[in-house]
Design a binder for this molecule. Structure first.
Ligand code: PEP
Ligand code: MN
Length: 337
């Protein structure tokens, strides 16, 4: 249930509402918007069903939410959220661009990629230091050494850095170096990890699971929000279907669905979404046209020798072509870098 307070509700009205909720053995989350406060009631379904709040002073209406996710839903908050990462905004009329190599391989590679993406307007350098590889014999990433490289290159070039967390034990270390955490497709339902991230204030990019429904994905986001961390950005990165020509099927309808269901910003990753560099450009255009708040794109100075995901990585030159087109489409969508 969510309780919408009247714009003129007083602090005493709000306190009375909070007391009634906690006295009934339930918990709540407050969302203070520009014009009104919304109280999300959390806890046992039966207890919530018996809660009578409409007669309390200052209460405008109560809305029961059928979906399990509440804090991330648009029933809870109508206005779309904007996540701010050191001044780089994701959501609203901003187009966020996160680009860089799949894996951090060495400083030269990272620096070259960083300079190229920065020149085209990216605000974030992406790169994996801890890699969740399908085969244990594939390159697993440089670990903490890679994180340090990300930080130093990000600082040198002037880019925020976003990098994946694979192991919950690395949370403090990654928080120390990264501006934004990435939860990858394979960990979207690692609920312990999501809960721990919920207890930090670090912005987090939550990728859609390989086979996750939109509802499962939003519930994963709810795990993070319910811990108190609202700095969540969703990323559609393709789902498993019966198609084999592409690595995954980029589900751009999820962008429109999420805009209907949730106030969280959503970006798209046409690199993992297709697995083919040739398809990144048209799918990047389509994602922005569908209303995505940004893009994550893999860029490597020499994709032919990349240690991971070379087939889907763009050269700096091709990234520039994509960005030139995407910027025009963004303008039509009322967004800019
Ligand atoms: C990545 O971004 O490098 C990655 C591994 O992505 P995903 O979790 O979407 O497969
Ligand atoms: Mn990759």
């Amino acid at each position: 249930m969510i309780i919408v307070m009247k714009p003129e509700a007083t602090l005493a009205d709000l306190t009375a509402v909070e007391n009634k909720i906690t006295n009934s053995g339930l918990d709540f989350h407050l969302s203070k918007g520009s014009s009104r406060t919304i109280v999300g009631v959390i806890g046992d379904k039966k207890k919530i069903a018996g809660l009578q709040m409409n007669s309390l002073a200052g209460v405008e209406k109560t809305v029961s939410i059928t979906e399990k996710y509440k804090l991330v839903s648009r029933d809870f908050q109508k206005e779309y959220s904007v996540v701010d990462v050191n001044g780089a905004k994701i959501g609203g009329n901003h187009l966020a661009i996160m680009a860089g190599p799949c894996s951090v391989e060495n400083r030269e590679q990272l620096l070259e990629a960083a300079k190229a993406v920065k020149m085209c307007g990216a605000q974030f350098l992406r790169g994996g230091a801890f890699k969740p590889r399908t085969s244990p014999y594939d390159f697993q990433g440089l670990g903490v050494e890679g994180l340090k490289m990300m930080r130093s290159v990000g600082d040198e070039v002037g880019l925020n850095i976003v990098t994946e967390i694979v192991n919950i034990n690395d949370l403090d270390t990654i928080c120390q170096y990264a501006d934004m955490l990435q939860v990858g497709a394979r960990n979207m339902q690692n609920f312990q990890l999501l809960k721990e991230i919920g207890h930090t204030k670090k912005p987090v990019l939550l990728k859609r699971g390989l086979c996750a429904t939109i509802s499962e994905w939003l519930n994963a986001a709810e795990y993070i929000a319910s811990g108190g961390n609202y700095n969540i950005v969703l990323c559609e990165r393709g789902i498993r279907t019966y198609e084999t020509f592409t690595r995954n099927t980029l589900d751009l309808s999820a962008v429109a669905a999420v805009k209907e269901l949730s106030h969280l910003p959503i970006i798209a990753d046409p690199s993992h979404g297709t697995g083919r560099w040739q398809m990144v450009r048209p799918m990047a255009r389509a994602a922005v046209a569908a209303g995505a708040d940004g893009l994550m794109i893999e860029v490597h100075p020499h994709p032919e020798v990349a240690l991971s995901d070379g087939d889907q990585s763009l050269t700096p030159k091709n990234f520039e072509l994509v960005m030139n087109e995407v910027k025009q489409i963004a303008t039509m969508m009322g967004k800019s870098l």
